[in-house]
Write a protein that binds this ligand. Structure first.
Ligand code: ARG
Length: 456
C-alpha cells in the first residue's frame, strides 16, 4: 500500500515503479530529510497542530530512524518510493497515530525542495573548502621553489619567462573565483521552501519562519509556487562545479604536459601515478588525465538539468526528481578530483633546471630588446620590426640569437639582457611575472585567500 492508497484500487505496474522510484539514489539524503522533518515537527508544535508530547515523541522517533540509517540497519519496505516516504512510513510504524501526523501541512514537494537545499548548502561549503586546500597546495609548491622559473606560453609556443609562483598563482586566482562563486550560490539559495505544501501553502495555521530559523535559512519562501518548483540552486551548483571542473581540466592537461619526457618540467610522486599493465617503463599521470576528463561529465550534468528544467509548467512536476542524480554525481566527482589533484601537487617535484634552460631560450629576450629600444625613444612598432629582422636572420642562418644581436654595434650595451633570468627580472610592472611584482601579488593572493576562507 502506498501513502496515497486511499484514492487507488489498482496497484502500480512494476515498470512504473522501476521508472519512478528514487529511493535507490535519494536514500543518501536521509540525514537531511530527518533534519528537515524535525524542524517541521517543531513548526507543528509551535502552531498547536501537535502537542508538546506528540512533538517530543516524533523527535525521538526521528532520532531513532536516523540511528538505524547510521548503523545500516534501516530496512527499506517494498512500498518506499523515496527517502521521504520511507522515513514517514517508519515513523508511523514506530509512533503509531502520532507518526501518521508528521506529514500535516507538508507535501513531499516542499519537503524534497528543503531537503535538497540542505544537502546542497553543505556540498557547496565542502567543495569551496577543497578548492581552498588546492590553492594552499599551489602556493606551497611555489614557495618550495620560489626562485624557479619556466617559459610562459601563448598558443603553447614559448613566449616570455615567468616565475613558477606566478604561473601557479594564475590557477589559484581562478580557484579563488570558484570559491566566491560557490559561496555566492550558497548565499542565494539559503531560503526555506518548507511550508509551501504541494504548491499553494495550507489552510492550517503554520508559520514557515519557525522551521526556516531552525534550519539556519536566512528567510522562508515568499511564493509557495516558486518554492516547490525552483531548482535554480541545483543549476547554479552544477555550473559552479562545472567551472571548477573546467579549471581542473586545464591544470590536468598542464600536468600531463609537464610530466611528459618532452617537457620534463615536473615529476609526480609515485603514489599519484600509475603504471602500465604491459610497458614496464611507464609512469602515467592518470590523476591529471582524469581531472581533464571529468569536466566532460560535469558539463553534461549541467546541460542535462537545464534541458530538464526548460519549458516546465509551474509548479512541481515529477521531472524535478531528475535533479538529484546529476547533482550527486557532480558533487562527488568534483570532490574526488579536487582531493586527488591537491595530493598530486603536494607530491610534485618541479624540475627547475630543465624549466630554467627552456626559459633561458634566447628568443624569449626579443621583446626586452624591443622595449630597451623603446626606452631609447624608438617607436614600438619600429623596434618590433627591427628585432623581428634580427630573429629572422638568426633563424635563417642557424646562428644563436644573442650572437646576431650583439654583433651589431647598435646593440653593444644589450648583452646584459641575455644573462640568465635577466628577462624575468625585468618583468616588474604590477601583476607581472617577475620577482618584484610577485611579492605584491603574493600579499594580494593571501588576502583574497583569507577573505574567501572567512566566508566558509
Ligand atoms: N521523489 C520525489 C522527487 O524527488 C519527491 C517528490 C514527489 N512528489 C510528488 N508529488 N510525486 O522529486
Amino acid at each position: 500500500m502506498t501513502l496515497w492508497g486511499g484514492r487507488f484500487s489498482t496497484s502500480m505496474d512494476s515498470t512504473v515503479w522501476d521508472l519512478s522510484e528514487s529511493y535507490s539514489f535519494d536514500h543518501v539524503l536521509y540525514a537531511y530529510d530527518i533534519t528537515c522533518s524535525k524542524a517541521h515537527v517543531q513548526g507543528l508544535v509551535a502552531a498547536g497542530l501537535l502537542s508538546d508530547d506528540e512533538g517530543a515523541l516524533l523527535l525521538s522517533t526521528l532520532d531513532q530512524i536516523e540511528a538505524e540509517f547510521d548503523r545500516g540497519t534501516f530496512v527499506r519496505h517494498p512500498t518506499d518510493e523515496d527517502i521521504h516516504m520511507a522515513i514517514e512510513r517508519r515513523a508511523t510504524e514506530l509512533a503509531g497515530d502520532v507518526g501518521a501526523k508528521i506529514h500535516t501541512a507538508r507535501s513531499r514537494n516542499d519537503q524534497v525542495a528543503t531537503t535538497l537545499r540542505l544537502f546542497t548548502r553543505d556540498a557547496l561549503t565542502q567543495i569551496a573548502r577543497l578548492c581552498l586546500e588546492l590553492v594552499d597546495a599551489l602556493v606551497d609548491l611555489g614557495e618550495r621553489n620560489h626562485e624557479a622559473y619556466l617559459p610562459g606560453y601563448t598558443h603553447l609556443q614559448r613566449a616570455q619567462p615567468v616565475l613558477l609562483t606566478h604561473h601557479l598563482s594564475a590557477h589559484a586566482w581562478a580557484l579563488l573565483r570558484d570559491v566566491d562563486r560557490l559561496l555566492d550560490a550558497r548565499d542565494r539559495m539559503n531560503v526555506s521552501p518548507l511550508g509551501a505544501g504541494a504548491l499553494a501553502g495550507t489552510s492550517l495555521p503554520i508559520e514557515p519562519s519557525v522551521a526556516a530559523d531552525i534550519l539556519g535559512f536566512d528567510a522562508p519562501f515568499a511564493n509557495s509556487m516558486d518554492a516547490v518548483s525552483d531548482r535554480d540552486f541545483v543549476a547554479e551548483t552544477l555550473f559552479a562545479g562545472a567551472l571548477v571542473g573546467v579549471h581542473l581540466s586545464r591544470m590536468g592537461e598542464e600536468l600531463v604536459l609537464w610530466t611528459s619526457a618532452e617537457f620534463n618540467f615536473a615529476t609526480l610522486g609515485e603514489a599519484f601515478t600509475t603504471g602500465s599493465s604491459m610497458l614496464p617503463q611507464k609512469k602515467n599521470s592518470d590523476v591529471a588525465e582524469l581531472a581533464r576528463a571529468k569536466s566532460g561529465r560535469l558539463v553534461g550534468n549541467l546541460t542535462g538539468l537545464l534541458v530538464t528544467l526548460k519549458g516546465l509548467p509551474l509548479s512541481y512536476n515529477r521531472d524535478l526528481q531528475e535533479d538529484k542524480e546529476p547533482l550527486f554525481d557532480s558533487v562527488r566527482q568534483v570532490t574526488l578530483v579536487l582531493a586527488a589533484m591537491t595530493g598530486a601537487y603536494r607530491s610534485l617535484t618541479f624540475n627547475a633546471d630543465v624549466a630554467r634552460t627552456a626559459a633561458d631560450d634566447q628568443f624569449l629576450v626579443a621583446i626586452d630588446i624591443a622595449e630597451k629600444l623603446v626606452e631609447g625613444g624608438v617607436p614600438f612598432r619600429q623596434a618590433h620590426e627591427r628585432v623581428g629582422r634580427l630573429v629572422g636572420e638568426a633563424v635563417a642562418n642557424g646562428v644563436p640569437f644573442a650572437e646576431v644581436v650583439l654583433s651589431d654595434p647598435a646593440y653593444g650595451s644589450f648583452a646584459e639582457l641575455f644573462g640568465p633570468g635577466a628577462a624575468l627580472e625585468r618583468r616588474r610592472s604590477p601583476g607581472a611575472s617577475g620577482p618584484v611584482a610577485a611579492m605584491n601579488q603574493a600579499s594580494r593572493l593571501d588576502a583574497a585567500r583569507q577573505a574567501a576562507s572567512s566566508r566558509l
